[in-house]
Design a binder for this molecule. Structure first.
Ligand SMILES: [Zn+2]
Length: 276
């Protein structure tokens, strides 16, 4: 029988076991910023890491030890990052996840729903959601996630990520992207390198002409309501490459580009990926 001795290093305090007391200080995680709801962080694993976990999610990391993690708009206040190394050392870091301070608006009116709950809509919608889920499941191996993102179009921000209206105590769905009020027909570009995993052949009921780019490591961008898409599924695109033209397709009140970003199941604020 092999008995594996594990040195367990947690938080800022290293347990004084087997002379590994300073293991964490010698060999910590590096993160690109502070954990916060709606934010993605890039990081580097401790040396000789074999397994990396964020809570119960297994996180991939590259041969050079780089990884990406993100916190959902409604992520809990604490997360634990954990690495197991070849030397059987466990390095654990507790992350305090700051609140996103979302724009919340109280509305003194009842929440009206179900305007599009007809059987026909539901049937159509199920097929669309399937396509979206299939696209987001593609692992293209793109390395766009390593880049500092750029705005798809330089335009006024007309809707912020995370914003939510509460109708007499009943919250409506929050705004899951950022709205860019570019004019109808304005060309927009890829915010980072990626692979086209969905380019709607015909407008989706809500998203209109929907485009999804995979940036690798579970990170993807969705660009909604386009008048026209300039790329097709499977295309590799470079940051800054024109990929579509702004439109008003799907459920919109006027032409704009809605840009939404997900990392695995977490919805994050696209603005935080862009250097301001
Ligand atoms: Zn929007």
């Amino acid at each position: 029988m092999t008995i594996t001795r594990r040195t367990f290093v947690s938080g800022l305090m290293a347990l004084p076991l087997a002379g590994r007391a300073s293991a964490r200080e010698d060999n910590p995680f590096h993160l690109s910023g502070l954990p916060r709801q709606g934010v993605a962080l890039r990081g580097t694993v401790p040396h000789d890491t074999m397994l990396l976990m964020l809570d119960d999610l297994r996180i991939d990391f590259t041969h050079d030890g780089r990884f990406l993690i993100a916190f959902d708009r409604d992520a809990p206040v604490e997360a634990v990052l954990r690495a197991e190394t070849q030397q059987d050392i466990v390095v654990e870091q507790r992350l305090a996840v700051a609140s996103g301070n979302w724009q919340i608006e109280q509305v003194d009116a009842p929440l009206l729903g179900g305007a599009q709950s007809s059987e026909e809509f539901q049937k159509l919608r199920a097929g669309e959601l399937e396509q979206i889920a299939a696209a987001r499941a593609v692992r293209s191996g793109s390395e766009g996630w390593r880049q500092t993102f750029i705005w798809p179009v330089k335009a006024r921000i007309s809707g912020r990520f995370g914003a939510q209206r509460i109708y007499r105590g009943t919250p409506a769905a929050y705004h899951n992207g950022v709205d860019l009020a570019g004019g109808l027909g304005t060309t927009y570009v890829a915010p980072a390198d990626g692979v086209v995993v969905l380019a709607a052949a015909q407008p989706f009921t809500l998203e209109g002409n929907l485009l999804i780019l995979d940036h690798g490591e579970g990170l993807n961008s969705a660009l909604l309501h386009s008048r026209e898409l300039l790329v097709k599924p499977g295309d590799k695109v470079k940051q800054g490459q024109p990929i579509g033209r702004i439109g008003a397709t799907g459920r919109v009140s006027g032409p704009h580009l809605h840009w939404a970003v997900k990392w695995r199941d977490a919805r994050i604020d696209p603005m935080t990926l862009v250097e301001s």
